[in-house]
Design a protein around this ligand. Structure first.
Ligand SMILES: Cc1ncc(COP(=O)(O)O)c(C=O)c1O
Length: 377
């Protein structure tokens, strides 16, 4: 079945007890047993829950994965995957990662003896050596929209015996499927496009490697960063419209990036869909479209901060991937935890999560804020 059909039906047979067409929210912590160990496949909801199971089956299918695991947040998924490696192991990560991921790596795992090397988006493959156990990448990256060649990184990692994890939050499986490109593990913050409505926090990891899957299942249950049934259900509902939403996100983002490219108030626009973007060709090869995130450099920090406070439809807020458009300054907001790193986000960078509203309204709102920004400069 095609992607759009699986997004609606995979793992979601009508409820055998009642015929309910949508998967019920099994809001229960435990399950009755007829005798010791005699149950219907569920004994405790940290270990397994039918609503979470439906999500895991559906989203694994969308990522072309055999095995999928739900988590309470994107960071819960990342933390769990990090337990595949041990203190003393060398981990190569792209340096333009989500600020929370950088914080986890550098401030939680680094002091425990994990050895991190943060490499530029073009230097990840070259930074891998025979001591590397895990390679962690995002593509497109957050917040600079750099593109990492996933197949080239996977080839270099496998030659060194390392495992590759790709945070696919920005692209979603509708636009990019890292496991098909050679990655071993795909990770998500389902908080973003997969949920799609800014009404939950969740995470996910998937793989085709049975040994990795067995370990992740053990870790998911042992560490316990699992999503509740209602949040699992919200993500499941979000997935049903993922394809449609992503088409509109991409369409609107392209128009916004083109609009910004022509503006005197804007120093530089970052969007992999622009032919002049350095990662455009790789993105065109490994993605089916270029996504809904756009970043740009305002003329100064003051201009950036003034602009984001003036837009009306674009809400000044952290996060991304919802139906509504959001605007923010990564240096002071989502990426404040990288501000002490040599690769901190530029202070005058503005990040846009382009929503699915009327693109004319979105452009008009940005234009008004830019004009007033120039007038007050
Ligand atoms: C690319 C990326 N990965 C991971 C995360 C962390 O996800 P969560 O906030 O669901 O823990 C985020 C959050 O902004 C993100 O943008």
């Amino acid at each position: 079945m095609d992607f759009e059909t699986r997004a609606i039906h995979e793992g979601q047979e009508p409820d055998p007890a009642t015929g309910a067409v949508t998967v019920p929210i099994y809001q229960t912590s435990t399950y009755v047993q007829d005798a010791v160990g005699e149950h219907k496949g569920f004994d405790y909801s940290r270990t397994a829950n039918p609503t979470r199971r439906a999500l895991e089956i559906c989203l694994a299918s969308l990522e072309s994965a055999e095995y999928g695991f739900g988590f309470s947040s994107g960071m819960g998924a990342t933390t769990t995957v990090m337990h595949l490696v041990a203190p003393g192991d060398r981990i190569v990560a792209v340096n333009d990662v989500y600020g929370g991921t950088y914080r986890l790596f550098s401030k939680v795992y680094g002091p425990k003896g994990y050895e991190f090397e943060f490499a530029g988006h073009d230097d990840v493959a070259g930074a891998i050596d025979e001591r590397t156990r895990l390679v962690w990448i995002e593509s497109p990256t957050n917040p600079l929209l750099n593109v990492v060649d996933i197949r080239a990184v996977a080839d270099a990692a496998h030659a060194a015996g390392a495992v590759v994890a790709v945070d696919n939050t920005f692209a979603t499986p509708y636009l990019q499927r890292p496991l098909e490109l050679g990655a071993d593990i795909v990770v998500h913050s389902t908080t973003k496009y997969l949920g799609g409505h800014s009404d939950l926090v969740g995470g996910f990891a998937a793989t085709n490697d049975p040994t990795v899957a067995e370990r992740l299942a053990f870790l998911q249950n042992s560490l316990g960063a699992v999503p509740g049934p209602f949040d699992s259900w919200l993500v499941l509902r979000g997935l049903k419209t993922l394809a449609l939403r992503m088409q509109r996100h991409c369409e609107n983002a392209r128009a916004v990036a083109e609009f910004l490219t022509g503006r005197a108030e804007v120093e530089q626009v970052f969007y992999p869909g622009l032919p002049g973007h350095p990662g455009h060709e790789i993105a065109a090869r490994q993605m089916s479209d270029f996504g809904g995130m756009v970043s740009f450099l305002a003329a100064s920090v003051e201009e950036a901060e003034g602009l984001v406070a003036r837009t009306k439809i674009w809400k000044l807020a952290e996060s991304l991937g919802g139906v509504e458009s959001l605007i923010e300054v990564p240096y002071a907001m989502t990426h404040a935890s990288t501000s002490d790193a040599p690769f901190a986000a530029p202070e005058n960078l503005v990040r846009l999560s382009v929503g699915i509203e009327s693109v004319d309204d979105l452009v008009a709102d940005l234009e008004a804020a830019l004009v007033r920004s120039a007038a007050t400069a």
